[in-house]
Design a protein around this ligand. Structure first.
Ligand code: SF4
Length: 441
């Protein structure tokens, strides 16, 4: 049986695509292996969102080239494959196949061709392609990543995704529900719905509110999450569905990117600082105890000290539970690269702003977490923690809680008291799920 190894970079959409590719190749008689050494086919599933993500892949391809067994096929898939296409074949003569996100159906045929010495790049978009007949080979046993939408119709000026993943299109609600039922039957209790702007989901008949309610009603599913929404697509219907569907977790990852309306305009985010705040207020009013996380970019072209201050002040106003912070990375072909060169923010300024942002975000997160010590909540044990004999668990509002346990604890729900925090993550002490009722007097 030929073997295949896939190395995945980037976002959860790529993790999900790797699961689909493994599934397709398994159906064609391949076995999956977890090291590249000795594999018959090695695929690198890549990310193009930042310059350093691509540089890492180029470095990694060099290492893999040296390790490949004679006759093994080396392929590049994903967003970087889509962006560079046949250029990758020219610059790296050991790479034999280059496959974009809409062409994974061709993988078995391309691998067969590579065995005959062919080299091929497949990067056409296919707006009908959702890989409905593929059965994902899932590696995580606790939660399932379920793509519900591919591509993006927003055109944020810094973002390469509309180029690498094409226009937005949604899967049919019935197909998503079918996949959710399948994973529930395998004993998985949490699903994460994936899309570039997932709450703009619309299959022609059903919107994201319908989808949340339908997936949340599948028997055996106790938790529904989704990532990443766009602030403009939180209709009242979507917020109501979130609030009224018990399985939908009380957490939203709501990308903010900047706290300055002028900057948001240059980024073409299509909302203002006030719009963003209003969205946060609507979500918090409808969903008590909502966990809120975000993405923020510093050093976008033209960012002034005042605009950066507005980002800090919006962080203080919202008080996020956590934030992913990024230094702007110019991507070839995006509108941001055509902005006036004098708008470029010097590296030293970007570094200083980045440090200030991280300190602000961490400080707020720490304060919020300290205030929660002693609270009791339900966590789902996901995996072994990196250190000690603890296990990593997750609350509904997306807090990481380290708990004692054994390998059998993975996949179980526990009730814990938050007994300690590093400021970022918690330790939890298991408590009885139900407390004895007071004796009648
Ligand atoms: S919404 Fe903007 S940042 Fe998100 S994928 Fe689409 S273009 Fe990129």
């Amino acid at each position: 049986m030929p073997s295949v190894y896939i190395e995945t970079y980037g976002c959860q959409m790529n993790v999900s695509d790797s699961e689909l590719m493994y599934g397709k190749l398994r159906a064609e008689g391949y076995e999956s292996v977890d090291v590249p050494h000795g594999a018959d086919v090695v695929l690198v599933n890549t990310c193009a969102i930042r310059e350093n993500a691509e540089q890492r892949v180029i470095g990694r391809l060099g290492e893999l080239r040296r390790d490949l067994k004679p006759g093994a096929i080396l392929g590049v898939t994903g967003c970087m494959a889509q962006r560079l296409g046949a250029r990758l074949l020219e610059t790296d003569t050991r790479v034999q196949i280059v496959v974009g996100p809409d062409a994974y159906r061709m993988l078995p045929a391309l691998i067969d061709g590579a065995r005959q010495g062919e080299r091929f790049s497949a990067t056409d978009f296919d707006l009908e392609e959702h890989y409905e007949d593929f059965t994902a080979r899932r590696f995580e046993g606790v939660k399932a990543w379920i793509p519900v939408q591919r591509g993006c119709d927003y055109r944020c000026t810094y973002c390469i995704v509309p180029t690498t993943r094409g226009p937005e299109r949604s899967r049919r609600l019935a197909d998503v529900v079918r996949e959710t039922r399948d994973v529930a039957e395998q004993g998985i209790t949490e699903v994460v719905l994936l899309g570039q702007t997932v709450n703009s989901y619309h299959d022609g008949t059903h919107d994201f509110a319908d989808l949340l309610r339908a997936v949340g009603a599948v028997e055996g599913i106790r938790r529904v999450r989704y990532t990443s929404p766009h602030p403009n697509d939180f209709s009242d219907r979507v917020i109501a569905a979130m609030a009224e569907t018990p399985a939908v977790c009380e957490h939203v990852h709501l990308p903010m990117q900047s706290g300055s309306t002028a900057m948001l305009k240059r980024m073409l985010r299509r909302y203002s600082r006030e719009d963003y705040l209003a969205c946060v207020e609507r979500l918090r009013a409808a969903i008590p105890g909502l966990g809120l996380t975000t993405d923020i970019i510093v050093g976008f072209p033209g960012e002034t000290d005042g605009e950066f201050e507005e980002t800090l002040s919006l962080c203080r106003a919202v008080r996020f539970d956590d934030a992913f912070t990024f230094k702007f990375s110019a991507r070839e072909g995006t509108p941001a690269t055509r902005m006036p060169p004098e708008w470029t923010v010097p590296d030293a300024v970007v570094d200083a702003r980045y440090d200030a942002l991280v300190a602000t975000v961490r400080g707020i997160s720490r304060e919020r977490n300290m205030a929660r010590l002693g609270q009791r909540l339900e966590v789902l044990v996901e995996k072994e923690a990196r250190k000690g004999d603890l296990y990593q668990a997750r609350s509904r509002d997306f807090k990481t809680v380290l708990v004692p346990g054994t390998a059998d604890s993975i996949g179980r729900y526990l009730h814990v008291e938050l007994s300690g925090t590093t400021g970022a993550t918690f330790t939890g002490t298991p408590v009885a799920e139900r407390h004895a009722l007071p004796m009648a007097g």
